[in-house]
Write a protein that binds this ligand. Structure first.
Ligand SMILES: Cc1cc2nc3c(=O)[nH]c(=O)nc-3n(C[C@H](O)[C@H](O)[C@H](O)COP(=O)(O)O)c2cc1C
Length: 187
């Protein structure tokens, strides 16, 4: 369990360069804000200059039982600051290599929004690969850090979704996070 806490703690690392202008990711963060022991950590708000405080981020990651990456899909991957977070925070001796087992057995989960429709994310479609396939490098990063990776939650074609549908998807996201906490308790 996270330090000093009975309930599992969830760290939701949100990587959206302009969260205040977002629709989909805003609905999602709004839906999970009051989950007990969930902390929403907006990377672009914290580090607009990309200068990540590695010690602070490692402490945050250490204190969490469930680590979530939430982001809009940008060029088939995450926005750049989340890659910077991985490059800087998942250090040798912390996340991998000798003594690098600090994230071992934490649950890892991605929540991703796309502009493209689901049908385009398949063989023969415009985007050729499914979002799950495209996210494999990030998933494997978590696995290499000995985390337990869960299948990603993906909301496709978000610009075409009504507020009502986005709200519904955001509630599904909330439900999944709550289930993840249960899973962690039972594992
Ligand atoms: C730089 C950039 C790259 C993008 N790349 C993709 C992409 O590869 N695939 C896709 O489906 N949508 C892509 N999009 C669309 C975003 O995923 C979409 O605008 C976002 O999920 C909407 O979420 P929001 O309402 O929270 O901003 C891109 C958008 C931007 C600005």
């Amino acid at each position: 369990m996270g330090e000093g806490s009975q309930k599992p703690t969830i760290l939701v690392i949100v990587a959206h360069p302009a969260l205040e202008e977002s629709r989909a990711n805003r609905f999602m963060t709004d839906a999970i804000r009051d989950i007990p022991n969930a902390r929403i950590h907006s990377l672009y708000k914290e580090y607009p200059d990309f200068k990540i405080n590695v010690a602070k981020e490692q402490k945050l990651a250490l204190s969490a039982d469930v680590i979530v990456f939430q982001f809009p899909l940008y060029w088939y991957s995450s926005p750049a600051l989340l890659k910077e977070w991985q490059d800087r925070v998942l250090e040798l001796g912390f996340a991998y290599g000798n003594g690098g087992d600090k994230l071992k057995d934490k649950t890892f989960f991605m929540a991703v929004t796309t502009g493209g429709p689901e049908l385009s994310y398949q063989e023969g479609g415009y985007n050729k690969y499914s979002v799950s396939e495209l996210l494999k490098p990030i998933e494997q990063t978590a696995i290499a850090c000995q985390m337990k990776s869960q299948p990603p939650f993906v909301v496709h074609h978000v610009h075409k979704l009504s507020d009502e549908e986005l709200r519904r998807q955001a509630q599904r996201y909330r439900q999944l996070l709550e289930e993840m906490v249960q899973l962690y308790v039972c594992s």
